[in-house]
Design a protein around this ligand. Sequence first.
Ligand code: UGA
Length: 493
Amino acid sequence: MRIAVVGAGYVGLVSAACLAEIGHDVILVDADVNRIADLNRGEVPIHERLLSELLQRHRCQRLTFSSSVSAAVVQSEAVFITVGTPQADGGEPDLSYVESVAAEIASAISEPKLVVEKSTVPVCTCESIRKVLLLHGAELSHVSVASNPEFLREGTAVTDFLYPDRIVMGVDDDFSAAMLYSIYRPLTQGTYYQQEGAIPCPLGQSATIQTIVTNARSAELIKHASNAFLAMKISYINVVANIAETVGADIDQVCAGIGADPRIGPEFLKAGIGYGGSCFPKDVSAFHSVAEQCGIDFSLLAEVTRINTQQRLNFVKKVRNALWTLRGKRIGALGLAFKGGTDDIRESPAIAIIQDLLKEGASVCAYDPAAMLKAREVFPAGSIQYADNEYEAATRRDALLVLTDWRQFGVLDLLKLRAVMKLPIVIDGRNLFNPSQMAAAGFLYYSVGRALQITETMPSLWHGIHFGPPAARMAATGWPDNRRGLHKELVST
Ligand code: UGA
């Protein structure tokens, strides 16, 4: 099929490359002529695994680039809208890009075409798009609008597209349904997977796809409700982690117990410094706005956001507990991206935490395998230092913070790390390390929802150290003395 994808942001780039990969002829359109020129030269503007391989494979063949919406629409049977829907001041998304693209598409529709909304939008947006198409001159019989939300995660977006757990087709007419079935047939019937050179299925992921056909409004609701639910799961587990930390329980063990219930599942139960990125923070607010506009109280979502913000502040408090005053302290930071596997720093908890530390007078040396270029826009030269690797970020530092869950951070040489640091303090916001191993390597190791471990092999001085959250918080909450004793026993074994 001939497909136009309008909007060469994250979703548009991945969708266009993957639609070409499964056999379609795709024109990717963006108003930013520099971006189009970069893509034509083979430059990929984002760090996303397998994306450059796919762009390389299909560029100038099944995948071309253009800055003209109307030219691309004229040549296509289906048009995917993948433009940004940034958060407006009131928390609701700004849909002006969607509207202006719909108006441009209308001017180029002279035969039946499918318009697919793939950007994350509030429920009923398909209807608004349909109205705009008609208002701008498209004929009623030529207009079919469908919702086809994406569930791509940054870092694994290509394989998420090619091996989806579900494809949601929100359609209000037979033409839309038939077109979407044709577009995804190589995946739903599995012909793509037999193709030579097909991207292999990632370990642990299944090639079984559920196709869920709904009306457009339900599909739109599925997307917001999914993201808000996942965000809620993270905030929930972060609060449980804080309780675990206070009473001397272990959040990993608690999660293993909770996640074993198939009704809950083990995913998205990783406690840490809260969620970030371009999706969850924005979508939770947008979904809350949708509820408000429907006159429905969904203050649960406000609480999800509040807990998420608080979790970052809790982490900064943890740094203060570990280091006492922050002014003049030299801190190393591992990670700037909002999660591992991406260079995206939008709404990154790492960035917010570093900003707080700088405000309190600490100096920061950061390392991130992919996000340092983008971070320089927030922290220009001189505001923080950038290291060439993890060990350099830790060298002569009073403490090392782990702020992003890059896999490579979890396999660092602990003895080498210990040797380069001024003080052996690691404060891990992503629980990447095993507390016993960290203690054995001589670190005072703080993490989230797990007790600080002081072992017999540590310098005797440390046994009397009561900085750090568990003891401090238990004392503050008047936790019974006998329980505190028990906790002390646990952490010293
Ligand atoms: C998220 C959804 O997972 C995708 O399904 C969706 O398509 C996408 O948003 C979107 O709407 O476009 P993404 O933002 O790439 O994908 O990242 P996630 O892997 O979901 O992580 C989001 C945030 O939650 C990250 O900051 C991550 O560190 C944090 N997180 C995730 C946790 O703190 N704990 C967890 O257990 C999982």
